[in-house]
Ligand binder design. Structure first.
Ligand SMILES: CC(C)(COP(=O)(O)OP(=O)(O)OC[C@H]1O[C@@H](n2cnc3c(N)ncnc32)[C@H](O)[C@@H]1OP(=O)(O)O)[C@@H](O)C(=O)NCCC(=O)NCCS
Length: 198
């Protein structure tokens, strides 16, 4: 889920479909600890502006929320990306047409480390985490964030609703939100049918 506001487009990576990078070795993806929060706050402040202390407080509150989970990407001891998961109950909180469930709720990779496979690994790790617990993982994205949409589509997310949904706390200034879903074993039906063939 993107934290989308009035300056959304400057927050997104430019869409560059032909600029493939080389995977960065020696990157560890792990669950964050409290000691990582100054680094994740710095990445957020670098991306969105605002005071470091403010971001540290926001991340601290989210970190203490048992319905959220934070992963970090670490390269040689340096946090170069982070990604949130959140258990959301949109309709119970005034939303519409969005199911309860685990939502991928924000992934950020430091600009100097992009197109090195970090975002994909942070996302795959969260998908694996969710699908061990629930049949579906969800995420919402602005239609204009084509980099993020491409990344998530490659991992198997499908777009299930355009605009006609509301997740409280997420604002799409251009009314261009997309709700996406990824199910466990998307090939299950195919396998079942195939196994019944004579
Ligand atoms: C979106 C973001 C997390 C991607 O992180 P990343 O580490 O650069 O992504 P990866 O290197 O793992 O990319 C995986 C694939 O996604 C696609 N992709 C990623 N960034 C892309 C871009 N800028 N343009 C086009 N395709 C892109 C590509 O298919 C890429 O594979 P390839 O490099 O082999 O072609 C990063 O650009 C970012 O932090 N953006 C700002 C925050 C943001 O928009 N977060 C998502 C909110 S929903």
């Amino acid at each position: 889920m993107c934290q989308c506001g009035s300056i959304v487009n400057t927050l997104f990576a430019p869409y560059q479909p032909d600029a493939h990078g080389v995977p960065l070795p020696d990157v560890v993806i792990r669950t964050a600890s409290r000691e990582d929060l100054p680094s994740t706050a710095a990445l957020a402040a670098h991306r969105e502006g605002g005071e470091l202390a403010e971001w540290a407080a926001i991340h601290g509150r989210q970190f203490d929320d048992e319905k959220r989970c934070l992963l970090v990407a670490v390269h040689h001891g340096k946090v170069i990306g982070y990604a949130w998961l959140a258990w959301l109950t949109p309709v119970a909180h005034g939303g519409r047409n969005a199911p309860d469930g685990w939502y991928l709720s924000g992934v950020v990779v430091h600009p100097e480390y992009r197109r090195r496979g970090i975002g994909r690994r942070l996302t795959q790790a969260r998908v694996d985490w969710v699908l061990e617990r629930e049949p579906f993982a969800h995420y919402v994205v602005s239609a204009s964030n084509r980099a993020s949409r491409t990344l998530h589509a490659q991992l198997g997310f499908v777009e299930v609703a355009h605009e006609d949904f509301v997740v409280p706390g997420v604002v799409f200034t251009n009314h261009d939100g997309i709700l996406c879903r990824l199910g466990a074993r998307p090939d299950a039906d195919v396998i079942d049918l195939a196994s019944r063939r004579p």
